[in-house]
Design a binder for this molecule. Structure first.
Ligand code: GDP
Length: 433
C-alpha cells in the first residue's frame, strides 16, 4: 500500500491529526499473535483507498538540535512516502524550521499536502492563507482537534496517491526476494551488508521520480539475487545523535512495508535490549517472515554464551519459531548460513495447508483436547480454513469465544504439525452461535 508520511515540528498537532484520521478507519478485528503493539505505521483508509500512515511525531520536543532532527525526520518521511503531509501550526505561522523543511520537501519532488492546523479561532482563515508563502501550494485549513476540514484534507491526500499500488510484491512471483536488514544502531547492520555485498555491490532503484539516494541493493547469496531494502538508510547513518532510536524505528517500519522477510540483527555481546524486542514485534505485527541473527559472536566467551541462552529462553519465547543464526560480520564467520535461514522463513511464510488436511488435524486435536468449560459453555472449533499466505492466515469457525491460552495452544500444535518455521501466524475466529 502507498505510504503517507506526516511531518512537522513538535506541538503542531501531528498526533491529533493522525488520531483523527485513524478514528475514521474501519476497525479490523484480527488476532495476530504478536508481542506489544508499538508502531509508527498504521493502516488507514479513505474513500476506498488504503494507505499506510507513517506517524513521524514521536520524539522529545525538549531535546537539543531540534531543527537538525526535524530536517532529518522530513528526509526519512520523504524517502519512505508516496505523499507527505506537512503540518504547520497556523496560529504560529511558518517558522524558520518550517521554511527549511518546506525547501527540502520542494526539492524532493514528492506530492506534498500542506496542512494548516489549529484553524479554529476567529483569524483562522487568514492565518491559513498566510502559509501560501511556503510555496507548497494551497494550505488545507483544518482543526485536527475538532475535526474541521479533515474530510477535504483526506480527499486531497487520496487524490495525490499513486494510481496503482507501486508493484505489489504479492504478485511478482520469481523476482528477487525482498529482505529488510533491521536492528538497533551499532549492532553491525552496515558491517554485515558490506560482508554480504562486497565492494562491487550493485545499487538499484532510486525512489520513483525523485533525485534522492538509491535505496535498495542487489546482493547475491547462494547463487541467487536478493534485494536488500533501504540500504541507503543503513549506510548513510543520518541519525547519529539523540533521537537515533526513534528514527531507527521509523526506518524499520518503512523497510518492513516493502520487505517479504526481515533479518533482525542483535548484538550478542550485550544483554538483549528493549529495543531489540520492539523491533522483533514490529516484524511480527507487520506479518513478515523473520530470521534472528546474533552478531559479534567473535566477542563471546563461554559465560556470555550461557547467559545469552537464558536471555533468549526468557525473552524470545514468543518467536521461538524463528530460525536463529550466530554470525560475526567482522570476521565473516557463518555469514554464509544466512541464505538457508532466509529460505526456511520464506517457505514457512508461503506455506498453504489444504483445507481437508487442516480440518482432519484440528478435528483430532479438538477431540483429544477440548476447550475448557466456561460459564457452563464449551466453545468448539467447527471448521477451519487457511484464508491466506504471506503470512499464513487462518480463520477458525467456532461456537463461542476461544480463550487466549487455548488459541496459543492451537497455534503451538499447528506449528508442531505443519512447521511454519520463521513466520508469524495470523489466527482469527468467526463465532457462530
Ligand atoms: P549499524 O549501526 O548496525 O550499521 O552497525 P555498524 O555496522 O556500523 O557496526 C557498529 C560497530 O560494531 C562497528 O564498530 C563495527 O566495526 C562493530 N562490529 C560490527 N560487527 C561486528 C562483529 O561481528 N564483531 C565485532 N567484534 N564488532 C563488530
Amino acid at each position: 500500500t502507498p505510504v503517507v508520511a506526516v511531518v512537522g515540528r513538535p506541538n503542531v498537532g501531528k498526533s491529533t491529526l493522525v488520531n483523527r484520521i485513524l478514528g475514521r478507519r474501519e476497525a479490523v478485528v484480527e488476532d495476530v499473535p504478536g508481542v506489544t503493539r508499538d508502531r509508527v505505521a498504521y493502516d488507514a483508509a479513505w474513500a476506498g483507498r488504503a494507505f499506510t500512515l507513517l506517524d513521524t511525531g514521536g520524539w522529545d520536543p525538549e531535546a537539543k538540535g531540534m531543527a537538525a532532527r526535524i530536517t532529518a525526520q522530513a528526509e526519512v518521511g520523504m524517502a519512505a512516502a508516496d505523499v507527505v503531509m506537512f503540518v504547520v501550526d497556523s496560529t504560529v505561522g511558518a517558522t524558520d524550521t518550517d521554511e527549511a523543511v518546506a525547501k527540502l520537501l520542494r526539492r524532493s519532488g514528492k506530492p506534498v499536502i500542506l496542512v494548516a492546523n489549529k484553524v479554529d479561532g476567529p483569524s483562522g482563515e487568514a492565518d491559513a492563507a498566510a502559509l501560501w508563502n511556503l510555496a507548497l501550494g494551497e494550505p488545507f485549513p483544518v482543526s485536527a482537534l475538532h475535526g474541521r476540514g479533515s474530510g477535504d484534507l483526506l480527499d486531497a491526500v487520496v487524490a495525490a496517491l499513486p494510481d496503482a499500488p507501486p508493484e505489489s510484491f504479492d504478485t511478482d512471483g520469481g523476482g528477487p526476494r525482498r529482505v529488510a536488514l533491521v536492528g538497533k544502531p551499532n549492532v553491525g547492520k552496515s558491517s554485515l551488508l558490506n560482508k554480504l555485498a562486497g565492494e562491487d555491490r550493485v545499487v538499484v532503484d532510486s525512489v520513483a521520480g525523485t533525485t534522492v539516494d538509491p535505496i535498495d541493493e542487489m546482493v547475491e547469496l547462494g547463487g541467487r539475487e536478493w534485494r536488500f531494502i533501504d540500504t541507503a538508510g543503513i549506510r548513510r547513518r543520518v541519525h547519529e545523535a539523540s533521537g537515533a532510536e526513534y528514527f531507527a524505528s521509523l526506518r524499520t517500519a518503512s523497510a518492513l512495508e516493502r520487505a517479504e522477510v526481515a533479518v533482525v540483527l542483535i548484538d550478542a555481546s550485550e544483554p538483549l535490549a528493549e529495543q531489540d524486542l520492539r523491533i522483533i514485534s514490529m516484524v511480527v505485527d507487520a506479518g513478515r517472515a523473520l530470521v534472528l541473527a546474533f552478531n559479534k559472536w567473535d566477542l563471546l566467551d563461554d559465560e556470555r554464551r550461557d547467559v545469552l541462552e537464558r536471555e533468549i529462553d526468557r525473552q524470545l519465547d514468543r518467536v521461538a519459531w524463528a530460525p536463529r543464526i550466530n554470525v560475526s560480520a567482522r570476521t565473516g564467520w557463518h555469514v554464509d548460513r544466512l541464505v538457508r535461514a532466509l529460505d526456511t522463513s520464506l517457505e514457512g511464510w508461503e506455506q498453504r495447508i489444504p483445507t481437508g488436511k487442516l480440518n482432519s488435524f484440528l478435528g483430532q486435536l479438538v477431540a483429544a483436547h477440548p476447550h475448557p468449560v466456561r460459564g457452563g459453555k464449551q466453545p468448539r472449533i467447527m471448521f477451519a480454513t487457511q484464508a491466506d499466505t504471506r503470512p499464513p492466515r487462518f480463520v477458525l469457525f467456532t461456537t463461542g469465544f476461544l480463550e487466549p491460552s487455548y488459541r496459543r495452544f492451537v497455534e503451538r500444535r499447528l506449528r508442531e504439525e505443519f512447521g511454519f518455521e520463521g513466520t508469524p501466524l495470523d489466527i482469527s475466529m468467526k463465532i457462530r452461535e
